[in-house]
Design a protein around this ligand. Structure first.
Ligand code: AMP
Length: 279
């Protein structure tokens, strides 16, 4: 596997691969790779010949009070995992290599970013879109894979791709969970043993809601109230719990099976987890 640290060297390699007729796929990550990330690499391989994994803790998507400095960085092991999974290249730029100190240009999707995580993290999606746009320009992939785990993120990126006419197919890969249901996340490492047990209430509540819908429940408020009650009983405080239209992300009153989802974010002692299910 090739390892690149600068945009120029990665861009030249990608251009060469394309000249040779290879189709390139991109999997953007912040590293500390787990099985969820690996599933994205496997998914990408279904669609292309050469998978490029970026490993970059992107400073512009973190607010000053967030965990940028403490975010787990495990680059050596991450590269080993990428190689074992069959990635062709990894991109690990230093922040000052990717961003000029006086950078003043942003990519900002302004509609789908407004609720949910975007409402609580005002600069977050502007940072995500800007770094993903930069990666798209450097790699020029034909496909890029993002996880359903970050449901709003895939929606925002898909909108950016449409609005800016990037000739890139966005693929949304399913959430990979621990055996007990907890959605895998690099931030799970921050959980204490007790928080870890109680965090199971998030996925448990979402699965129970899915089951209610399968049994005929359609009322969003009933579903949301049951989820809130379950997580609150386990000391997790909901930032938001919303039944939404999966395409527009707008809250809806009644579930439309096949076109709805439930998004949630919960806090517990300074930690914040997100999860979602399709309905
Ligand atoms: P991150 O490193 O947290 O920025 O995530 C990089 C990519 O991996 C994003 O597209 C995430 O949605 C995706 N991802 C993170 N956790 C999971 C998971 N449990 N299952 C599937 N994809 C995931």
């Amino acid at each position: 596997m090739e390892i690149f640290k600068t945009p120029e060297t990665l861009h030249a390699w990608c251009a060469d691969q394309k000249r040779q007729g290879f189709k390139i796929g991109l999997v953007p990550t912040m590293g500390n790779l787990h099985e969820g990330h690996m599933s994205l690499i496997r998914e990408a391989k279904q669609y292309c010949d050469k998978v490029v994994v970026s490993i970059f803790v992107n400073p512009t998507q973190f607010a000053p009070n967030e965990d940028y400095d403490n975010y787990p960085r495990t680059e050596v092991v991450d590269c080993e995992k990428c190689e074992a999974e069959g990635a062709a290249a990894a991109f690990l730029p230093a922040p000052e290599v990717l961003y000029a100190t006086d950078a003043s240009t942003w990519v900002h999707e302004t509609e789908l970013e407004r609720g949910y995580c975007g409402a609580q993290r005002p600069i977050h999606f502007r940072g995500v879109c800007t770094v993903v746009a930069k990666l798209f320009n450097i790699v020029q992939p034909e496909i890029a894979v993002f996880g359903q785990k970050d449901f709003q993120q895939v929606a925002v990126i898909s909108r950016m791709v449409r609005d800016l006419s990037y000739p890139i197919q966005i693929i949304r890969a399913p959430i990979v969970r621990e055996a007990d249901g907890l959605a895998m996340s690099s931030r799970n490492a921050y959980l204490s043993a007790e928080q870890r047990v109680k965090a199971l209430s998030l996925s448990r509540a979402l699965f129970a809601a899915q089951k209610s819908v399968a049994e005929g429940e359609r009322d969003s408020h009933t579903l949301e109230a049951a989820i809130r009650a379950e997580v609150v009983a386990n000391d997790w405080l909901p930032d938001y719990v919303n039944v939404i239209d999966s395409a527009t992300l707008m809250p809806i009153e009644k579930v439309v099976p096949g076109a709805s989802a439930i998004l949630l974010a919960c806090r517990c002692g300074g930690l914040r987890l997100i999860d979602n299910v399709l309905l």
